[in-house]
Write a protein that binds this ligand. Sequence first.
Ligand code: C2E
Ligand code: MG
Ligand code: MG
Ligand code: MG
Length: 288
Amino acid sequence: QALASAREHDKPVTQAIEVLPRDAMKLAEELSVAIDRGELVLFYQPKVHARRQEITSAEALIRWRHPTRGLILPGDFIPVAEQAQLIHRLTLWTIEQAIVDAATLRDHGHALRLFVNISGQLLSDDAFVAGACRMVGESDVEIGFEVTETSVIRDPASAIANLQRFADIGIRVSIDDYGAGLSSLAYLKQLPARELKIDKLFVTQLTSSNRDPLIVRSTIDLAHALDMEVVAEGVETHAALALLTVMGCDMIQGFLISRPIALDAFIAFMREDRHRRTPEVTRSSFNR
Ligand code: C2E
Ligand code: MG
Ligand code: MG
Ligand code: MG
């Protein structure tokens, strides 16, 4: 499938629109219009602090409410946006929307930091970095950016400098999909990142695999040695949650707590959580 083959996260920016397959080209044109028409929407998935059992942040995950095709997931259009040079505009929209949504959440009594995913190629796009910094700097909410380590390795000098710019204005930087791409301890050490997310590749089968627990535990220890907080993504079972908590993992994210949901549903979820600190999920397994 054309779109699937365009999926590789970190294609060079130089791949211009004309090399896109016909289907992807059509999708890119539709997407460009969709941004202006307001067809894009951010869903939110909570990150739960394992020991405090508290939701302090959430990740914004983009969806496209396509007029005829229904809800399209980011894996099917973000790679196209990246190759068609739409990602800059799309991501500025995403940051702006996350800022609005964070203010709405705060109005409902939930002051959370909202994390936006930032494509690797944008880390060497100075105009994007300036625009993003201005937006977040002028806002009065807390924002974080999730970036993959692979995206840093492509152009380390400019990526590290730009991540530092983000950190300097209070944007929390999180290293996404850790362990699934090109990882380098040399760069990890230099990144101004406060948070490391272990890829769900190592988490979804944590309790049915021999090696994944060893990898996860050593990653947690490594992150702590570098003074970073660790998030496990892809937590789907009580057993995984219990094991991660014992291993000292700081934050939990996954379908067990909540799927990514629209803002209205997320506000309702937060209200429920306030009363009941998450379903049986947290209560039974955290206190075990
Ligand atoms: P990601 O940032 O690593 O996000 C995690 C993905 O795992 C999300 O898929 C999420 O729905 C899914 N997930 C969460 N919990 C679980 C779980 O317990 N089990 C399993 N199997 N999966 C879980 P989604 O929403 O389809 O997003 C896929 C990727 O698309 C994201 O990976 C991110 O790289 C990218 N993406 C999403 N939104 C944006 C955006 O606004 N901008 C950019 N540039 N990329 C985005
Ligand atoms: Mg992410
Ligand atoms: Mg991830
Ligand atoms: Mg991912």
